[in-house]
Design a protein around this ligand. Structure first.
Ligand code: SF4
Ligand code: FE2
Length: 627
C-alpha cells in the first residue's frame, strides 16, 4: 500500500487538459492565469460598492469613501456580507431538507429511515412522542424546524446541545442566533449604506450570523437528512477519477442536497434503467460524486467519490461522463461550455442554480421519483453519443472507509477501552486516549480547494503531518475527498501514524482520518466537541482540539469559520479572509473575539508553519491542562 501523490493527481489532470486542448475547452487553470494578478483592493477587502455614490477604494491619498467610511468599516462590512452569503446558502439547503421532510410518507418518494433519531430530536425539542405515528411526528418536526427560520421571538433550539459554559458565553456576547433568516437580514441591514461601520459590531454580527448557520440551518440540514436517508455508519467505498467506468454509463452527481442524489442512486439501480443501459451497449450504470453531494451519498450508500471541487471539470474531460447532474452550490458555470465540447449532458435541476448551456430538468420533492427517472434515462440514452476517441479515464483510485457520524464515532471508539461499561456510548474512551497522551489531540480539517493554494497539497500534507504526530483528524467537504483520493481513508494508512494513533486505529479498526460528511455536517463536529466538553467537564476551548481550513474559498467557508470560532475552537486558515486592508478587523478576528468566545482565527499561508502552529496550539492546551 502507498498513498497517491499530489504529483500523480497533477499528471492525471495534465493528461486530461490535453484532451481539453484538442476540443478547444477552457479550464480553470487557464482562467486563473487570465485573472492574475487579482485586484489588490478586493484582496485586502477595501473596495466598497454598497451604494452608487461609489464604488470607493481606499488608498493613502483617499483614506475614506464618499460617505466617510474608512478601511475598517469597509473591510468589516465586506466580511459580514461575505458571512451572510454563506449562512444564507447553508441554511437554505437546510430549509429544503425540512421541506422534503414535510413530504415523507410510508409510500412516498421520501420515507423516515432513522425513526430513533427523529424521536431523539423530538424529545430534545420537548415534543410529545409517546404513541405517535412516526410520519405525523416527522411532519410536526418539519414545521417546527421551518419556524426556526422566521420565528419572531427566542433563539435557536439547537443551542441547548452546547455545554452550559458555551451557552453562557454566547448569551453574554449577544451572539445567540435568533431566527435564522433574521441573522442574515440583520447582516444585510447593518451593512447597508449609512449603518454600522464599527469593526467590533460588524465582527460580532458576523459571528452571530455564522452561528445561525452551524447551530441553525446546517444542523437542520444534517439532522433531518439523517432522519430521511439514514445516519451514516462506516462503509467502504473508493475515490478518485478511476472510479468512473469505461464500459458503463457514468452519471456524476454534483452539488449539495441529498434529496436529489439519493433519488438518482435509487433509479440508477432500477432494473428497467439497467436494462435500457444494456440495450445502449453499456454494461450498467455507474453513479459517482463530486463535492458535497458525493460526501452525502458516499457516507450513506458507499457511492464512489470521483473528486472534489477543482476536479469537477476533470470528470467531463474524461470524455466518459454521460451526465453531470447538479443541484446547488459550488458548481462551475464553466461546466456549460465545457460539456458542449463533449457529449456530456450538463443537467441543472434547481431554480436556485440555473446556468446557460445546461439542460434544466426541474426537481421537486413531490415529483422526485419521476424527475430522477427522467434524468437517469437522459444519461443512459446519451451513452450512444460518446466519442470513443476522446475517452480517457485516469487509472487512479484508492479505497476509503467513510461514514463517521458522531453516533458512529462514539460506537466505534468503544472498542478502544477495556474499562467499565458506564463509559460505553459516550466520548469518554476518546477522552481517555487524549488524557493519557496516546492521542495528542484532534484537528477538524474542512473546506474547499482554492487555486491560490496548490490544490489538495495543503490538505494532504497537513493530514500526514498531524497523524504522524498522533493527532486524529476529522474531515468534511472537499478536504475529506482529498484525503480519500490520496488513500488516507484506507485503513492501511495507519502505518503513517505515530505509535499512539496507530494503536487506536488497530484497536478500533478505523482509518487515521475520519470522514464526517459534507460541509453542512460540520454541525456534527460541533455536537462532537460539545459531547467531549460535557463528558470531560472542560470548556470546549480548553480541549486540545483545533479547526483548520487550509484551502477554503467560499462564503460558506467563512460562515463555518465564524461558528467554529464562536463555539470555542481556534481556527487556522491557509487562505487570507480578505480583510488585511484593515488592522482593526484583523485584530478583531485574530484576537479580539477571544474575549467573547475563548477562541480566534490564525491565518498562515505557509503550509509547513500552519501545521506547526496547530501542533503548538494543541500542545499548549495540553500543558495548560497538565496532561
Ligand atoms: Fe463609497 Fe460609502 Fe457608498 Fe461604500 S457606502 S460606495 S464607501 S460612499
Ligand atoms: Fe460543500
Amino acid at each position: 500500500f502507498r498513498l497517491t501523490t499530489v504529483e500523480e493527481f497533477e499528471a492525471a489532470t495534465d493528461r486530461l487538459l490535453e484532451t481539453g486542448a484538442k476540443v478547444g475547452a477552457d479550464s480553470w487553470q487557464m482562467r486563473v492565469k487570465n485573472q492574475t494578478p487579482h485586484c489588490k483592493f478586493g484582496e485586502e477587502g477595501i473596495c466598497c460598492r454598497i451604494c452608487s455614490m461609489g464604488p470607493c477604494r481606499i488608498t493613502k491619498k483617499a483614506p475614506r469613501g464618499i460617505c466617510g467610511c474608512d478601511a475598517h468599516g469597509i473591510a468589516g462590512r465586506n466580511f459580514l456580507r461575505f458571512t451572510a452569503g454563506g449562512a444564507a446558502t447553508h441554511s437554505d439547503h437546510g430549509r429544503e431538507i425540512c421541506h422534503t421532510l414535510h413530504t415523507v410518507a410510508p409510500d412516498g418518494n421520501y420515507k423516515v429511515k432513522d425513526a430513533e433519531k427523529l424521536i431523539r430530536i423530538a424529545k430534545e425539542w420537548g415534543v410529545e412522542t409517546e404513541g405517535r405515528d412516526i410520519y405525523e411526528l416527522a411532519h410536526e418536526m418539519s414545521e417546527l424546524a421551518l419556524m426556526e427560520y422566521g420565528k419572531p421571538f427566542g433563539v435557536q433550539r439547537w443551542l441547548k446541545r452546547a455545554p452550559e459554559h458555551t451557552q453562557k458565553l454566547w448569551h453574554d456576547a449577544e451572539i445567540e442566533p435568533r431566527a435564522i433568516d433574521r441573522e442574515v437580514s440583520t447582516a444585510m441591514h447593518m451593512t447597508h449604506m449609512g449603518n454600522s461601520s464599527k469593526p467590533e459590531a460588524l465582527v460580532r454580527q458576523a459571528l452571530r450570523s455564522g452561528m445561525s448557520d452551524g447551530w441553525g440551518g446546517s444542523m437542520c440540514g444534517t439532522e433531518f437528512s439523517d432522519v430521511m436517508f439514514g445516519t451514516p455508519k462506516p462503509v467502504d467505498t473508493e475515490a478518485n477519477l478511476g472510479v468512473m467506468k469505461e464500459d458503463q454509463v457514468n452519471i456524476i452527481v454534483h452539488g449539495h442536497d441529498p434529496s436529489l442524489s439519493e433519488m438518482i442512486c435509487e433509479y440508477a439501480d432500477d432494473p428497467e434503467m439497467v436494462a435500457l443501459a444494456k440495450t445502449m451497449g453499456a454494461n450498467g450504470i455507474n453513479v459517482a460524486g463530486v463535492c458535497c453531494t458525493s460526501n452525502e451519498v458516499a457516507m450513506r450508500r458507499g457511492v464512489p467519490m470521483a473528486g472534489n471541487f477543482l476536479q469537477q471539470e476533470n470528470v467531463v474531460l474524461t470524455g466518459a461522463c454521460e451526465a453531470i447532474v447538479v443541484d446547488v452550490q459550488c458548481i462551475f458555470p464553466a461546466l456549460g461550455p465545457l460539456s458542449k465540447c463533449f457529449h456530456t449532458k450538463f443537467i441543472t435541476t434547481s431554480p436556485i442554480a440555473q446556468m446557460p448551456d445546461s439542460d434544466f430538468i426541474r426537481f421537486n420533492a413531490e415529483t422526485a421519483g419521476e424527475n430522477a427517472k427522467k434524468i437517469v434515462r437522459t444519461a443512459v440514452e446519451n451513452f450512444a453519443n460518446r466519442k470513443q476517441e476522446l475517452v480517457h479515464i485516469p487509472q487512479l483510485k484508492q479505497k476509503a472507509t467513510v461514514g463517521y457520524s458522531v453516533e458512529a464515532i462514539v460506537k466505534t471508539l468503544d472498542g478502544v477501552t477495556n474499562s467499565q461499561v458506564d463509559v460505553l456510548g459516550t466520548t469518554k474512551p476518546l477522552l481517555e486516549c487524549i488524557t493519557s497522551g496516546v492521542l495528542r489531540g484532534a484537528v477538524a480539517m474542512v473546506g474547499c480547494n482554492n487555486p491560490r493554494v496548490r490544490p489538495d497539497y495543503a490538505h494532504i500534507e497537513l493530514m500526514k503531518k498531524l497523524i504522524k504526530n498522533d493527532i486524529i483528524v476529522i474531515l468534511s467537504g472537499c478536504s475529506a475527498q482529498a484525503a480519500a483520493r490520496a488513500g488516507l481513508m484506507d485503513k492501511r494508512a495507519k502505518d503513517l501514524c505515530g505509535a499512539g494513533l496507530k494503536r487506536v486505529c488497530e484497536l478500533t479498526d478505523i482509518p487515521p482520518v475520519l470522514h464526517m460528511g459534507s460541509c453542512v455536517d460540520i454541525s456534527r463536529m460541533m455536537v462532537l466537541a460539545s459531547e467531549l466538553s460535557k463528558d470531560s467537564g472542560l470548556p470546549i476551548s480548553k480541549l486540545p482540539v483545533v479547526g483548520c481550513a487550509p484551502e477554503w474559498m467560499s462564503e460558506k467557508a467563512v460562515s463555518i469559520g465564524n461558528y467554529v470560532v464562536a463555539t470555542g475552537i481556534d481556527t487556522f486558515l491557509g487562505v487570507d479572509p480578505q480583510v488585511s486592508g484593515s488592522s482593526e478587523v484583523t485584530y478583531w478576528l485574530t484576537e479580539g473575539v477571544r474575549k467573547w468566545v475563548e477562541a480566534a482565527y490564525t491565518v498562515e499561508k505557509d503550509i509547513e508553519k500552519l501545521g506547526d502552529a496547530m501542533i503548538a496550539r494543541i500542545e499548549e492546551k495540553r500543558a495548560a491542562l497538565g496532561i
